[in-house]
Design a protein around this ligand. Structure first.
Ligand code: ATP
Ligand code: MG
Length: 234
């Protein structure tokens, strides 16, 4: 089924199903490639943005959609900021890049967020000429075979893996995931030692996070008092 004409169910972004910019991708029948940058984004940071950009460039993706997990299955034991704030921060972070967009698809779905369900929804929305590539850090790649409905995940997308500081030997992890049936390509990208956990820790400690996240995101965090019990600097 073509994606261009489909309009329901709404994800709350001006009637978009996946995202305003990319709902019609592939509707002309030409081959197209969509990157999916999945994450909690609590908050989104320059590591996420660089991963998405390096993947877009290396694999000639037509666009990358930031898929914000509403209730991530692997983070059920920890407090996560509200999905609306995380969506807002992603929108601010990608605003200057026409090749990026944000999706509220997962935010609209009740219950635990599973990537298998998301990929099924994307596959149902887009015509077969749209290839789906899931962008993933090496730390997440390690957990891939244990994801809910891993066989469906493996069948529905290929994986573009970005090495990450603190997670050695991305090559071996990629090989292991391939042996489990996943199509994995490793990206040649700079190692960026930035994480949302470290940003949250710094805000709590009253330390600057400027240049770790886009300025608009830093300003949003400061204005909303996210992550901090005491005054923050940004
Ligand atoms: P947290 O510390 O809260 O887990 P995070 O920085 O890992 O946050 P997530 O939202 O958990 O961010 O990650 C989303 C995706 O982005 C994951 O696949 C993760 O591996 C990847 N990722 C995040 N930061 C980097 C980075 N600096 N380099 C490579 N991959 C990254
Ligand atoms: Mg993480």
């Amino acid at each position: 089924m073509g994606g261009g004409a489909r309009r329901a169910p709404s994800c709350g972004f001006a009637g978009a199903v996946v995202s305003e910019r990319f709902d019609g991708l592939g509707a002309d029948g030409a081959p197209a490639r969509l990157g999916i940058m999945g994450g909690t984004f609590d908050p989104v940071h320059l590591g996420h943005l660089a991963c998405a950009e390096m993947a877009r460039d290396a694999f000639q993706l037509d666009g990358v959609v930031f898929m914000v997990a509403a209730r991530p299955s692997l983070k059920q034991q920890q407090a996560v900021s509200g999905v609306d704030a995380r969506l807002d921060m992603c929108r601010l972070a990608i605003a200057d890049n026409p090749a990026f967009d944000v999706s509220a698809l997962e935010a609209q779905r009740p219950g635990i967020t599973y990537t298998a369900d998301t990929l099924r929804a994307l596959r149902a929305h887009y015509p077969a000429n749209v290839e789906l590539s899931f962008i993933i850090g090496a730390d997440s790649l390690e957990t891939l075979p244990s994801w809910h409905d891993a066989a469906a995940v493996a069948a529905l997308a290929r994986f573009l893996c970005v090495a990450r500081p603190g997670t050695p030997d991305a090559e071996a992890r990629a090989r292991a995931a391939r042996a489990d049936g996943f199509a994995v390509d490793l990206l040649d990208a700079p190692l960026l030692d930035i994480s949302s956990s470290e940003i949250r820790r710094r805000v709590r400690a009253g330390q600057s996070i400027r240049y770790l996240a886009p300025l608009a995101v830093c300003d949003y965090i400061a204005a909303r008092g996210l992550y901090a019990e005491r005054e923050r600097r940004c």
